[in-house]
Design a protein around this ligand. Sequence first.
Ligand code: PHE
Length: 343
Amino acid sequence: MQEIFDKANTILKQIEAEQPADAAGLEQFRIKYIGTKGIIKDLFGAMGQVPNERKKEYGQLMNVLKQTAETKFDNLKDSFGDSKAKSSESADLTAPGFTTDFGGRHPISIVKNKMIEIFSRLGFVVAEGPEIEDDWHNFTALGTPKDHPARDMQDTFYISEDKNTLLRTHTSSVQIRMMESQKPPLRILMPGRVYRNETISARAHCTFHQLEGLYIDEGVSFADLKQTMFYFVREMFGQNTEIRFRPSFFPFTEPSAEVDVSCFICNSKGCPVCKYSGWVEIGGCGMVDPVVLENCKLDPKKYSGYAFGMGIERSTMLKFQINDLRLFFENDVRFLKQFKNAK
Ligand code: PHE
């Protein structure tokens, strides 16, 4: 054990005796004693072999050693000039640099941003609402009767015993918040994450994204809605895209429709994506039900409006021909990397 102390003392004397003559010699000194693989590091490592009662003494000796070496190095460094700066003189400045690998946007964000950009040309502005909602904003104000199947535990994640607090099942809840807090004219886009208690598969997930739109003003008609959707799908999926409205039902719109676009993957000839029908569904829409306006203290005799809601995953799958929705949530870089330069 005494040998460890002897060795350390010998090294200390050695350091004191060292006299590097130039910057290169100083660099060797640094590597030999102070470097990460240097002698001092080694000696520190021997601490484990020192008995407890002498550990303090050994520690102090180590500090003296370290400080002696460092002070010597710092002093000589100044007199030789910065050894690092010197060595960079020999670097090849014409060598190509290292590129920094930037990340890219998630495909869902790419498509969401594109959708927002298209609608913003029509004067829509973005608003957001909470993902944890109450029954009023997610269901009741939207005219969903108490016995509607959407309230079933199968579909909704309730997070309070009395079922008043829940994870929003659609972004339509934000429509209510906007109509309650702002005066028409309203032209709002509401993107966001929604939750449903679904079995996870290639086509369904318990969490996904929607883009909701709402336009309230005097004299808004279904023709305005049709034209807006028409403009959107052509900008989004290509100028040859056809659009089709299918009568549907939502508790908060009347009349309601489902929006289909002609399958741009097979040019409507029929393919697995459109299930050989030539059409793919992108979302629901309709004229805001007067009852909903009343629930938000807006006069239905004065105001009318339309709303639409689209699944962002669905449009992203169509746009990038992705066949499994689960890929969006796994965040496998091999998948994500493919969208680095996508627009
Ligand atoms: N909220 C509906 C859904 O989740 C979509 C929708 C929004 C329908 C707005 C009509 C108007 O399916």
